[in-house]
Design a binder for this molecule. Structure first.
Ligand code: ADP
Ligand code: ZN
Length: 730
């Protein structure tokens, strides 16, 4: 049937803003657009890059008078389309998280450079005559560049081990000439390289895993103790996906982990995968985004947001350290990347591997109930045993006054150093001291914007708020009573432990690892490499060092305050502490060295501490699962958190009460609160919480939608946000 020229074509276009649905736009005459194409459209007085969406089956274009429709301004022919599966995924996530669809698209488009014409990039190639002046550094560059390939300048400098200036010098001399680089120039991944010979147990596990991942969507929990070789095993599944011509994605909870992993991938597959996380520069983000959408980037390693990249042909998703809470995104679109990886796998008919030495309760229950397949590895590679764990009862072996390390731990450290082995002290608290007070009048430094103490950071000579980032220099006298030299630091942070270690072991080479002390990803990776290469004797670190790293020389892990995480009253405090302490002590004794872990605690009889020391993971999990079931907590029930904030306490509180009053009655749903949040003020905004507790069978989203549609409109600066499956209760 000929298309009547009188009927203009309209298409739905989704603008990446807080909009629940696409708007209709006119297609310019003579043009044609398809779902997934990127276009520029006007909205109000602003122009946006947006995505052409699609209509549901059977849905017709709405009859809007032509005069009211606005026209698409530009169609990006050279930007790859958003794959249909990405649109499915966006809709699913928006529906589940109760977020505007446009905001999910915005996450998917968080690479603005991808929507601009790629700027030509230049590399260098060896072509001209050798330079007149030859130096050892120059000779190394010439040797490296001999293969005649076009090199990225920085890569050539790094590979040849010279400073970037040497490369520039050779360009000036005409020995190296500039050449345009192709838009995406990653080396081909090669799955046939020689690789580690797997042990019998590993090879069985790898075979099982490859069977599980060979036939579309299935979730496998790869559950193996630290150092059992889980990475080697899932490499086999990655190799298989790549051999089938598909793309593979590995998610990591912490970008500090990606460095060593990239190197390992390079050894295994002969090329570095594409990287995606907050440390990647905008122009690289743009290139990676395009290369993923064009199916040129075959292996991607990234933080949780990498899940939203536009993969057209994903054949495997691995979620490494799947239990890690860093997979939960709290702000804007709140989502749990591990759970969404399973959804993405389902929508794309692609297998998912969840890997951990200390699985989340959620995943373990799913495995127990047969929803996930379960592969277990119970021994370490090379028969290295798990570290022997011991509690130090701080009531019986207290530290000296003003110090934080027990004599038992100090002695163990001395023995370790004597044997030329490494020790790691773990304290999950940044800075020098969590509270500073005046000895004379009792004044404490509190953040003016938050209900939180200011944390002293001695390296930076200032007091900082860990919630809003406000900082101020530490004064010489008390701002309240004016007393001089009366200010004292209370409690320890990693910087203070480092100071104590320096006094105890002045000869030892020390490194502090904490997100604020290692300012850039490059420096962080450098410090991690130094530890790995045993250029450091004692590491003092926050959770940055707890996860995933492989430090061959590490023999002793001392946990400065094993009780710290247990003090938090949230439903996952025990689970999280068990996981974190297993992970951090699991760094010890990964190779030939016999590892040891010492936990400083005031409650050695606490079930978490007791099961850690007994090495009795199964009992811990069994108890924790039973307790969750009893209480109807996740995964046996479902939670959603509603947070009301406002610049005025009364406004926040009364609105929270109004919200609670409008909750529709429902059998399977219970509303708790409102209550003042434990962190009652952040950035000058007062906070009230409501917790919605539902059975597994209840349709929590439908209930919340109904509720929110009846909630009175928020006045003034009041905000109401919803967090499905919350992990933070502060
Ligand atoms: P996990 O991920 O379970 O903690 P990894 O895969 O990181 O364990 O393995 C721990 C260490 O043991 C790594 O350095 C890895 O290269 C090494 N390793 C594991 N299996 C083998 C093997 N079969 N042959 C050689 N090295 C291995
Ligand atoms: Zn603050």
């Amino acid at each position: 049937m000929p298309v009547s020229s009188a009927a203009p074509q309209t298409v739905p276009v989704l603008v990446p803003l807080g909009l629940p649905a696409p708007y209709d736009y006119l297609v310019p005459e003579g043009d044609h657009v398809e779902p997934g194409e990127f276009v520029v459209v006007p909205l109000g007085t602003v122009e946006y890059v947006a995505a052409v969406w699609r209509r549901a089956a059977g849905e017709n274009a709405p009859k809007i008078p032509r005069k009211k429709l606005r026209e698409i301004l530009e169609i990006f022919d050279d930007v790859p389309k958003l794959p249909a599966v990405s649109m499915d995924f966006a809709e699913w996530v928006a529906h589940y998280s109760l977020s505007p669809l446009g905001m999910v698209l915005r996450m998917m488009m968080s690479a603005s450079a991808a929507f601009q014409p790629p700027a030509p990039r230049y590399g260098v190639r060896l072509e001209g005559p050798p330079p007149e002046r030859m130096t050892p550094a120059r000779a190394r560059v010439l040797e490296t560049a001999q293969n005649g390939l076009i090199w990225v300048k920085s890569t050539l400098a790094q590979t040849a081990g010279v400073s970037p200036g040497v490369i520039d010098g050779l360009v000036d001399a005409g020995t190296l000439v500039a050449e345009p680089l192709p838009d995406w120039h990653a080396k081909q991944l090669d799955t046939s390289r020689e690789r580690a010979k797997l042990t019998a147990a590993q090879s069985d596990a790898a075979q099982d895993l490859c069977v599980n991942t060979s036939d579309g969507f299935a979730v496998t929990l790869l559950d193996g103790i630290t150092g059992s070789g889980k990475t080697e095993i899932y490499f086999e599944a990655i190799a298989k996906a790549l051999e089938a011509g598909k793309q593979a994605l590995v998610l990591m909870p912490e970008i500090a982990l990606t460095g060593a992993f990239l190197t390992r991938c390079e050894e295994r597959f002969g090329a570095r995968p594409a990287e995606w996380h907050s440390g990647v520069t905008p122009s690289v983000r743009g290139r990676v985004w395009r290369a993923v959408a064009e199916n040129k980037a075959k292996l991607v390693v990234g933080a949780r947001s990498a899940l939203f990249l536009p993969f057209p042909d994903l054949g495997l998703i691995v979620v490494d350290e799947e239990h890690d809470q860093a997979y939960k995104q709290q702000d804007r679109v709140a989502y749990q990347a591990r759970d969404m990886a399973v959804v993405r796998g389902h929508l794309g008919n692609c297998p998912v591997v969840l890997s951990s030495a200390t699985p989340s309760i959620e995943s373990l229950v799913n495995a127990d109930q047969g929803r996930y397949r379960h592969i277990q590895l119970k021994s370490r590679y090379k028969a290295a045993g798990l570290p022997a764990l011991q509690a130090i009862d701080m009531r019986k072996s207290p530290p000296e006054r003003g110090a934080w390390l027990s004599p038992v731990l100090i002695e163990a450290m001395a023995e370790t150093l004597e044997r030329d082995e490494q020790a790691l002290l773990f304290l999950n608290r940044r800075g020098y001291a969590p509270v500073t007070l005046c000895r004379k009048c009792g004044f404490r430094f509190e953040c003016p914007n938050c209900s939180a103490w200011l944390v002293e950071h001695r390296f930076r000579h200032r007091l900082e708020c860990h919630h809003c980032g406000k900082f101020a220099p530490l004064p010489d006298e008390c701002p309240e009573c004016g007393a001089e030299e009366s200010l004292v630091a209370c409690g320890p942070g990693v910087e203070r432990i480092a100071e104590e270690v320096a006094e105890l072991f002045p000869e030892a080479r020390r490194a502090i690892l904490s997100s604020d002390v290692a300012p850039s990803i490059t420096e962080l990776r450098e410090t991690l490499r130094e530890i790995e290469d045993r250029e450091v004797d004692i590491v003092i670190g926050t959770q940055l060092v707890a996860k995933g790293h492989h430090f061959p020389g590490l023999a002793l892990v001392g946990v400065v305050d094993a009780d710290l995480g247990l003090a938090q009253g949230d439903p996952r405090a025990a689970e999280r502490t068990f996981q974190l302490l297993s992970q951090v002590t699991g760094r010890a004794g990964r190779e030939a060295i016999k590892g040891r872990g010492l936990l400083q605690t005031y409650m050695p009889e606490h079930p978490v501490i007791a099961s850690l020391v007994a090495g009795d993971r199964d009992t811990f999990y069994a108890q924790e699962i039973a307790a969750r079931e009893e209480a109807g907590m996740p995964p046996f029930g479902r939670l959603a958190a509603l947070l009301v904030t406002a610049g005025n306490r009364l406004a926040a509180e009364s609105y929270a009460r109004e919200v609670a009053r409008t909750a529709p009655p429902a059998d399977q749903i219970q509303i708790l609160g409102p209550a003042e949040a434990p962190l009652s003020v952040i950035r000058g905004r007062y906070r009230y919480r409501l917790l919605v507790k539902a059975t597994r069978e209840a349709d929590l989203q439908a209930y919340l939608r109904l509720w929110l549609s009846q909630v009175p409109k928020a006045r003034g600066d009041i905000r109401l946000t919803v967090d499905i499956d919350p992990y933070s209760f502060l």
